[in-house]
Design a protein around this ligand. Structure first.
Ligand code: ZN
Length: 284
């Protein structure tokens, strides 16, 4: 009887601390710029879920090395949106973890092929080691992701919407109160906005994230490791200022001048000219 009582008490304690279900999330940052993309590593006791797979061969290999040293099964890889700096390293991850399932939002395979064709070399110019350090091919067989993925018996949720790409998403890990934000939330970094014309919809997705009250936010791009919940408010302010500047004068020169004035310590101020340069007419 005494033993049973103790067992019940310890079960209740475990349930209240979430010790059985708690997933751990690590903010994994690229070591090299100029983009400094981040990945999120979600871990249960025996399994790993990886969110975003880096751009260059070197960063993907560094990421693989860290995953290998965990000694766990890589169950799935999820790419938050079809931009090179988040999916290009996926084939390298696949070489070392062929059993993992690779997921991405709907329509991602065709968009990835387009991105490889049009942006691989321009982006490669800013990458340490140049084009030789960029994977040559787009992965072509991502599985369309469901709304929830599973790890260690716990559901990990995906919120779809618009970020720096019109088919963006973030990953919400409830037990860790953590959002892995892909390119919906950046940290002290000017965000790319050349793939759509709908900044208000981007604001709306960040407001949906805010309602979850995340304590930890893994930003898609950051020069530092600072996965704070405060990044949500920081991104909302930046987006509202961007939207306002674009309404006053829709040119890269004006928008850049306004945003750099307001956010002088942010990285990647080249992104304003680049975003306007690749914008297509009549975007959604
Ligand atoms: Zn990115």
């Amino acid at each position: 009887m005494k033993t049973l009582k103790l067992a019940l008490i310890s079960a209740a304690l475990f349930a209240s601390t979430g010790a059985f279900a708690q997933l751990k999330v690590t903010d994994w940052a690229a070591k090299t710029g100029p983009l400094f993309p981040h990945s999120g590593i979600v871990e249960s006791e025996t399994e790993i879920g990886l969110v975003d797979a880096q751009q260059s061969k070197a960063e993907a290999l560094r990421l693989v090395a860290d995953l290998l040293e965990k000694g766990k099964t890589l169950k799935w890889v999820y790419v938050t949106h079809p931009h090179l700096d988040h999916f290009a390293g996926a084939d390298i991850v696949k070489q070392y973890f062929p059993e993992a399932k690779f997921y991405a939002p709907k329509g991602a395979n065709a968009e990835m092929a387009y991105q490889v064709k049009t942006r691989r070399l321009p982006l490669g110019q800013g990458t340490l080691g140049g084009a030789n350090n960029l994977p040559e091919l787009a992965p072509t067989d991502f599985i369309e992701a469901p709304k929830k993925l599973e790890l260690g018996g716990e559901a990990v949720e995906i919120l779809y919407g618009i970020g720096d790409h019109p088919d963006s998403s973030v990953v919400w890990v409830p037990s860790a109160k953590t959002v892995i934000a892909g390119d919906v939330i950046f940290n002290k970094t000017h965000a790319f906005f050349g793939d759509h014309n709908n900044v208000p919809a981007w604001i709306e997705l960040v407001e949906r994230i805010q309602k979850l009250k995340p304590e930890v936010v893994v930003a898609g791009h950051s020069k530092t490791l600072n996965p704070s919940g405060a990044l949500v408010g920081q991104q909302l302010a930046w987006l509202k200022d961007l939207n306002a500047a674009m309404k006053v004068n829709d040119s890269w020169q004006y928008v850049k001048a306004e945003m750099v004035k307001k956010y002088p310590d942010y990285a990647n101020d080249f992104i304003f000219e680049f975003s306007y340069g690749v914008r297509k007419p009549k975007m959604k």
